[in-house]
Design a protein around this ligand. Structure first.
Ligand SMILES: NC(=O)c1ccc[n+]([C@@H]2O[C@H](COP(=O)([O-])OP(=O)(O)OC[C@H]3O[C@@H](n4cnc5c(N)ncnc54)[C@H](OP(=O)(O)O)[C@@H]3O)[C@@H](O)[C@H]2O)c1
Length: 411
């Protein structure tokens, strides 16, 4: 198959946009030329001459010679306007904007169909890890049971630095920002929203389930306190922000983002710094583990480059699992073994929300409970959180464990 020549209109020349410019210079084999670059701030100094830039998005959209739009801006609303206009004009699009994709997944699917143009977004999920294309292509005939992983590079960097180097949370966040790992609005990372957007994309490509961001529960790392860090250190555990989706015994899906204690036996334990790691559990192949850099200019640009290259061979996502229409539902019907850190005076109230308690501790100010709680009760306690409590997942209670716990309770 001969390769299509690509004339690119690039939006954004920040961390990833400039990264892409650099990696394209080093990839002469790809017949892809950046024809125009649109940015926002007229007064910013640029790494290349000002003649390469426009400040009017329509200069790219109305240019018939441009057949590919690469959208790498940090504003999800403006990105949706650009991406939807480009698709309507029949231009193929590559984007790294998980917030935009998660918030408009169905509309973007419809636009791709209606105008018969592809939209690729490998960089939007785990940056350098080719997870979307693997879920699309490789697992087509295998039955996926679960997908679990560290999908946000900057929170993993922050957690690694607070554990390994005893850096304060604020210092670690500042470092992540200085290195270009963090979103412009840090709450997207630290609040677990960025991980949630990625989980939404993973859900669509692994299980064919299209969720809305509000459907997926997320807790970030911004509420983790000293007590949980001390607990982890004493037990030889690390805390990782983990996104997961799995099919339950009732055949329905559960999906959430919650910080998790991981032990040395967990493959996510050694996924540190800006790395991401994803575990895919399948019926026949057992568990496969993908690992790679989850943020940063060149790792993210490498995924954008791969999408551009795929477009030169007319590749597009087929969304096979969405079309298989398994009629899966998102379910709250799952029990979790967790640590809940709380104010001392909340101890008795919260204990009643647990179906089994392993350990309960309080000092003069705070306390913690470890044990089993239903996802519904966890959501309720978290919805009233004013910063005085935090949940860390120990593990999802499996069918067998739940049966044993129920039997013990019945005694
Ligand atoms: N950084 C990472 O490691 C990483 C990893 C994976 C995915 N991503 C995603 O990649 C995208 C870009 O991230 P980034 O880190 O490169 O952001 P960034 O460094 O903040 O750069 C953002 C760029 O977008 C431009 N921009 C903002 N609004 C615009 C508009 N309305 N029209 C035209 N240009 C506009 C800015 O223009 P000015 O230069 O004029 O300010 C800037 O060049 C985001 O969607 C992010 O979620 C980033």
């Amino acid at each position: 198959m001969s390769r299509k020549e690509l004339n690119i209109g690039l939006y954004g020349f920040g961390c990833v946009g400039f990264g892409l410019y650099e990696v394209l210079q080093k990839t002469p084999g790809l017949k892809a030329n950046i024809k125009n670059i649109c940015v926002k701030d007229r007064n910013k100094s640029r790494e290349i001459g000002i003649e390469n830039f426009t400040f009017d998005k329509n200069d790219i959209l109305n240019d018939d010679e441009i057949n590919v739009v690469v959208e790498l801006i940090d504003d999800a609303d403006a990105a949706f306007e650009i991406v939807s206009a480009a698709l309507k004009k029949g231009k193929a699009v590559v984007s790294a904007n998980k917030k935009m994709i998660a918030e408009h997944f169905t509309e973007l699917l419809e636009l791709q169909e209606k105008y018969n143009v592809p939209l690729l977004y490998e960089a939007a999920c785990c940056a350098s890890i080719p997870i979307i294309r693997n879920l699309e292509e490789y697992y087509d005939n295998d039955l996926l049971e679960s997908i679990e992983g560290i999908v946000n590079g900057s929170t993993n960097y922050i957690l690694t630095k607070t554990f390994a180097e005893n850096l304060s949370y604020d210092e670690a966040l500042k470092q992540a920002q200085d290195k270009g790992f963090a979103e412009s609005n840090p709450i997207l990372d630290t609040g677990g929203f960025d991980a949630k957007y990625k989980l939404l994309i993973l859900l669509a490509h692994s299980f064919g389930y299209v969720a809305k961001p509000a459907d997926i529960f997320n807790i970030g790392i911004d509420g983790i306190g000293e007590l949980e860090l001390k607990y982890a250190r004493e037990k030889g555990l690390k805390i990782k922000l983990v996104a997961q989706a799995f099919k339950g015994t009732d055949g329905n899906l559960s999906a959430f983002v919650i910080p998790k204690f991981v032990s040395t036996e967990d493959r996510l334990y050694n996924v540190d710094d800006v790395f991401n790691g994803v575990l895919a559990k399948t019926s026949f192949a057992d568990t496969q583990f993908f690992v790679g850099k989850g943020a940063g200019a060149h790792p993210t640009a490498s995924a954008v480059l791969s999408d551009i290259s795929a477009l030169s061979y007319n590749y597009r996502y087929e969304y096979k699992k969405i079309r298989q229409q398994e009629n899966l539902l998102l379910s709250d019907d799952v029990n979790l073994k967790v640590l809940l850190r709380h104010k001392k005076e909340d101890s008795e109230t919260f204990k009643q929300q647990f179906s089994a308690i392993e350990e309960a501790y309080t000092n003069n100010e705070v306390g913690y409970i470890t044990g089993t709680i239903s996802f519904k009760n966890l959501r309720t306690i978290q919805s009233e959180n004013t910063g005085d409590r935090s949940f860390i997942l120990l593990h999802v209670v499996t069918g067998q464990e739940a049966i044993i716990e129920e039997a013990v309770l019945a005694l």
